[in-house]
Design a protein around this ligand. Structure first.
Ligand SMILES: [Zn+2]
Length: 277
């Protein structure tokens, strides 16, 4: 990942996704994307400071002010981006600018090939999935926690892009963003069983705890490698070019919100994926 800074707001970008044109001049470019951090916003603890979600009990005025700062870098605001009502499933919706300012109901993946369309989602440990089809100039943004991972949300996104845009999975560029990593993601029987039922080679998706016990750990259970599981989901769908962020949200609560590490009392960091004209 590349780290950058714009108007006092830190952000990360995938090295493999092209970033054309200058920020704020969308028409000059063809593609923009960002993973914001928790820094550079207006919210008070425990939502400090760049919380972009109204699904947590932060003050709404501060969330809207935060969105103006973050989305504003791309000439956007709440009403000129597409949102998704995330439900930990594997349904994917195709969207256009007609969906601006609305929450796509009950989907964890949104895709578009309409130039000018901007997709957003918010996270705090779940896996952000970015897909770009340079041949058909189409994008997808997804959200996979452990449930979306075992339901193969990333594969559903790839298949939706194949169907909607005639995308070739081998040509797609994929990014797996900051999420809770195998260093921190202790799981119980429910997750272990579900992963074994889904992945034929599941044993090496679990690692024994390493180093000091995390303060938020419940016990001494195995740790799930969720980013690697989603890399396999994408690879199984035919994607060959996959970049992993290498960043763990629970290790880096200085940079990101982490539902697990902060015991549920936290905000959500944002992502944006803009298809230029
Ligand atoms: Zn970690």
């Amino acid at each position: 990942m590349l780290s950058d800074h714009q108007n006092g707001i830190p952000l990360f970008r995938f090295e493999s996704l092209p970033e054309n044109g200058s920020l704020g001049k969308l028409r000059a470019g063809r593609l923009h994307h960002a993973i914001f951090t928790r820094q550079g916003g207006t919210s008070a603890a425990p939502f400090d400071t760049l919380n972009l979600s109204v699904s947590v009990p932060d003050e709404k005025e501060r969330v809207y002010a935060n969105r103006r700062r973050a989305y504003g870098m791309y000439g956007r605001d709440t009403d000129t981006v597409v949102h998704a009502h995330l439900v930990h499933g594997n349904d994917v919706a195709q969207v256009t600018q007609a969906n601006n300012g609305t929450w796509m109901p009950r989907v964890d993946g949104i895709i578009t090939n309409e130039p000018g369309c901007a997709l957003t989602m918010n996270f705090a440990d779940c896996t952000p999935i970015f897909l770009y089809d340079p041949a058909h100039h189409a994008i997808g943004l997804g959200h996979a926690g452990w449930q979306g991972t075992v339901k193969d949300l990333p594969g559903s996104m790839v298949r939706a892009m194949v169907q909607a845009f005639d995308s070739d999975p081998a040509q797609l560029l994929a990014g797996i963003g900051p999420c809770i990593g195998p260093c921190c993601y202790e799981v119980g029987e429910l997750v272990i069983t579900a992963v074994h039922e889904t992945f034929p080679d599941a044993d090496d998706l679990f690692v024994a705890p390493v180093g000091e016990k995390r303060p938020f750990s419940q016990g001494n259970g195995p740790h799930f490698d969720m980013p690697e599981a989603n890399r396999r989901n994408l690879a199984n769908a035919g994607v060959q070019q996959i970049e992993l962020s290498g960043l763990c949200t629970a290790c880096r609560t200085d940079l990101f919100f982490s539902h697990r590490a902060e015991r549920g009392r936290t905000g959500r960091f944002g992502t944006i994926f803009v298809l230029g004209e």
